[in-house]
Design a protein around this ligand. Structure first.
Ligand code: SF4
Length: 345
């Protein structure tokens, strides 16, 4: 029986001094009291994944948030993901263990800077990757994920210029796939994917010459040119089912989970250093603190909420909207792997 200290403790430091068992018990008790649900991104620390009610990628978790009956959602991921959950579930309280857990790629573009670019290109459509702030989404015509970015861009009349934010690598990939010359790309990137370099791929290939190479479109062009497949994390999950040996160019968390799912296969991270430190800012102690204090609430002003929802719903409508997972996807989810449309999951 784990002894639980009564009542909330003042700071996360006091929580950090408690054992994992006590923290988990506190979290379970407070979650039941509030009728809360904990959503954990695939790249969270395992201690957080262990106490999460749902695991998945950013958009899938936000859609999970919209489906749940819970009034309080604790989103363990980065800030733009919790915002997306709030956009799709405005009536619910969305909390985060650490409000500083932001996404550097999302922070590359602000609403003010985007407005300046829009003013320079009147008439251009704004296509915004889901890895972006709600304020930027609210200024956009439509959102996209790495799975549907080509489809979204192709839905816009060919003669209309497109401002694509914030990922320059995804923009370049979409430009190549669609053959469109009129894409104006923001100069942002995901440091986890952009830091993967050709030397690492060459070494992995030399070590595993029979392995198929798959790289996420958030990676640099020279890597994409050398890959056998360029695809989203959803595509990577499918490739891992089909092939016995894969070199995988994305965040380590997905590779590690695929290895748990397919222990008999040779699944190699293209880069051992591809780890998103921002995702790991959330800890069990901070999660217990945020529940006990009902703090670190994510809020949006009404105009941002409405604008971001419009851009997200347009994308969901275009790609067939939210649908329940297939049996195969449920099996993967049980194993802790959820196919994703975005680079973080
Ligand atoms: S993996 Fe990249 S895109 Fe995802 S949260 Fe980290 S920095 Fe942002």
């Amino acid at each position: 029986m784990i002894k639980i200290t009564e009542g909330p403790l003042p700071t996360t430091l006091e929580y950090a001094a408690l054992g994992k068992g006590e923290l988990a018990s506190r979290i379970a008790a407070k979650k039941a009291e509030l009728g809360a649900v904990i959503l954990g991104h695939n790249y969270q620390r395992t201690e957080i994944q262990d106490v999460s009610d749902y695991l998945g990628d950013s958009l899938g978790l936000s859609q999970e948030a919209a489906e749940t009956d819970a009034d309080v959602i604790v989103f363990c991921g980065v800030h733009f993901m919790a915002e997306t959950a709030k956009v799709l579930s405005p009536e619910k309280t969305v909390l985060m263990p650490d409000l500083r857990a932001g996404c550097p790629m999302a922070d590359f573009v602000t609403a003010e800077a985007l407005k300046r670019l829009v003013n320079e290109h009147p008439g251009a459509a704004v296509v915004t990757y889901v890895n972006s702030t709600a304020r930027v989404k609210a200024m956009s015509d439509i959102c996209c994920t790495s799975s549907n970015a080509v489809q979204v861009v192709e839905s816009i009349p060919e003669e209309r210029p497109i401002i694509f934010v914030p990922d320059r690598n995804l923009a370049r990939y979409v430009q190549e796939k669609t053959g469109r010359e009129n894409i104006i790309a923001w100069d942002g990137y995901c440091y986890v994917h952009d830091d993967m370099v050709l030397e690492e791929l060459d070494k992995a290939r030399a070590d595993y010459p029979h392995a198929v190479v798959v790289v996420h479109p958030e990676a640099r062009q020279d890597l994409l040119e050398q890959a056998d497949f360029v695809t989203s994390t959803a595509g990577m999950v499918s490739l891992a089912e089909e092939h016995d040996a894969l070199i995988i160019g994305t965040e380590r968390g997905l590779v590690d989970r695929l290895k748990q799912r397919f222990p008999e296969k040779t699944l190699i991270p293209l880069s051992g250093a591809a780890i998103c430190g921002n995702m790991k800012l959330n800890t069990l102690a901070k999660l217990a603190w945020c529940l006990d204090h009902e703090k670190h609430e994510v809020t949006l002003d009404d105009r941002v909420q409405e604008g971001a929802e419009r851009a997200l719903r347009r994308m969901l409508d275009l790609s067939g909207g939210w649908r329940p997972p297939t049996g195969e996807e449920e099996a993967l989810e049980l194993a802790g792997v959820r196919p994703s449309g975005c680079g973080c999951g």
